[in-house]
Design a binder for this molecule. Structure first.
Ligand SMILES: Cc1cc2nc3c(=O)[nH]c(=O)nc-3n(C[C@H](O)[C@H](O)[C@H](O)COP(=O)(O)OP(=O)(O)OC[C@H]3O[C@@H](n4cnc5c(N)ncnc54)[C@H](O)[C@@H]3O)c2cc1C
Length: 408
């Protein structure tokens, strides 16, 4: 086995997972990160690690790879409030863990810092605030480049108990969904925009107004956060000998934006390939690409419907739960290949994805950020205007915005 040092670009989840695995196997590993710390791309927002795209619990998979999920804080959920577009609230539930909420950022208990600790303890060397050319790296784990969708959120103090709400609503979150997550006195309200908009803060203000009206939040804003997602499927996952992992490799859910599980899994697969334990291209195509493809087909269908279609989805989900006694069965079904999805795939490729050659020579099928629709323009409610004004005062007093309209 070669003993040359391995260079990884990006100290996010996928890069750190690869680095930790390789260093544990005794390889010299250098991770090059453009920002000053792992998790700095995010700013304390909550994200969910899904537990439905494989038959096994993701934390068990992580333990199998030698990672310790106790290295970061996580809160498991088996039930959520599902808000239909007409404001009906139902509760998908399961008897196992549906997903776990983790915090992204630079605080000790964040998942990014947990993976950083695991990589360092294994012996990897992480170089922050550095630039290195991707051509000089074996594994490229540098996250998104462009925007196919954006999310805007507000983090606040609250006395509401721990809770997650997922809302399908084409007005508050064009083409997508919003969510409320409360963990130990800190809340996040986030709206995801899958159609490009002007004056994006009005979507967040209106979404906050909606949640305030339906939940006793006693909200005290702290900061506003957000981020972008880049949805592109490359023709090849190994390019000029380099392994593309996580979001840099287009390994992300096109329907809901989930990417952490893909990031860690692909990081491990790339590390195994470097160690000669597997073929990265083959493993990614076998295990991850079918899921990403199914999610792209689901996204294509979601793009074709508005609130009426979302209502049908929510109703179908609840009917499925009544029949099978498990709310997670519907989520698993969404990722099953099946004949219908196989037939739809060529239509999705042609209709939703655009071929593009990237600066590094890779060719990807990219989902462009969709244009806004006439129905995306509406008058804000008086309460949403007040929420916007209140935030302006907080911002002027030092309230931070780590991702805004100009970053999208
Ligand atoms: C607002 C928002 C909410 C989300 N919610 C969820 C969720 O609930 N569940 C879920 O599973 N996923 C969610 N995602 C997606 C998830 O965050 C990503 O899929 C995941 O972080 C991808 O991991 P990664 O390692 O590929 O990239 P990252 O974790 O972003 O790491 C990439 C790293 O590379 C660094 N970098 C970038 N360019 C360079 C360069 N040129 N040189 C060196 N370093 C570089 C970055 O600074 C960063 O540290 C969300 C994303 C956003 C934006």
């Amino acid at each position: 086995m070669s003993s040359e040092p391995i260079h990884v670009l990006g100290a996010g989840l996928s890069g750190l997972a690869a680095a930790a695995y390789l260093a544990k196997a005794g390889r010299e590993v250098h991770v090059h990160e453009i920002r000053s710390d792992s998790g700095a791309r995010f700013d304390g927002d909550f994200q969910g690690i899904e537990n439905w795209t494989s038959g096994s619990d993701f934390f068990d998979e992580m333990r199998g790879w030698g990672f310790d999920p106790e290295q970061f804080k996580s809160d498991a959920f088996d039930v959520i409030d599902l808000v239909h577009p007409d404001d009906e609230v139902t509760q998908p539930r399961t008897s196992s863990v549906a997903f776990r909420v983790v915090e992204r950022g630079t605080a000790e208990h964040c998942i990014d810092q947990g993976f950083k600790r695991m990589a360092l303890e294994a012996g990897a060397q992480i170089h922050y605030d550095t630039r290195r050319s991707p051509e000089d790296c074996h594994i490229v784990a540098a996250g998104p480049k462009e925007s196919s969708a954006v999310a805007f959120g507000e983090i606040f103090h609250t006395d509401h108990p721990n809770h997650v709400t997922f809302q399908l609503n084409d007005k508050l979150a064009p083409g997508a969904y919003s969510y409320l997550i409360v963990i130990d006195g800190i809340g996040l309200i986030c709206t995801c925009l899958w159609r490009q908009q002007k004056r994006t803060s009005r979507y967040l203000n209106e979404t906050i107004a909606w949640y305030e009206q339906h939940y006793e939040l006693n909200r005290k804003p702290i900061k506003r956060v957000g981020g972008k997602g880049d949805f592109s499927m490359p023709d090849k996952y190994i390019h000029e000998g380099r392994y593309y992992v996580g979001e840099a490799g287009g390994l992300q859910d096109f329907m809901w934006g989930f990417g952490m599980r893909y990031a860690v899994t692909s990081g491990v697969l790339a590390a195994k390939a470097v160690l000669g334990e597997c073929n990265y291209e083959t493993e990614v195509r076998k295990g991850l690409v079918p899921l990403v493809r199914a999610s792209a087909i689901n996204r294509f269908l979601m793009n074709r419907v508005g609130n009426r279609g979302f209502k049908m989805v929510a109703n179908h989900w609840m009917r499925d739960q009544r029949r099978k006694g498990d709310g997670l069965a519907f989520m698993r079904w969404l990722y099953k290949p099946g004949l219908m999805r196989r037939l739809l795939w060529p239509v999705v490729r042609l209709g939703m994805l655009r071929r593009k050659q990237l600066a590094d020579g890779r060719v990807v099928s990219r989902m462009p950020f969709r244009k806004s629709l006439a129905r995306d323009v509406w008058e804000p409610s008086p309460r949403a205007e007040e929420i916007g004004d209140e935030w302006d005062v907080i911002r002027r007093g030092g309230g931070r915005t780590s991702f805004g309209e100009s970053d999208a």
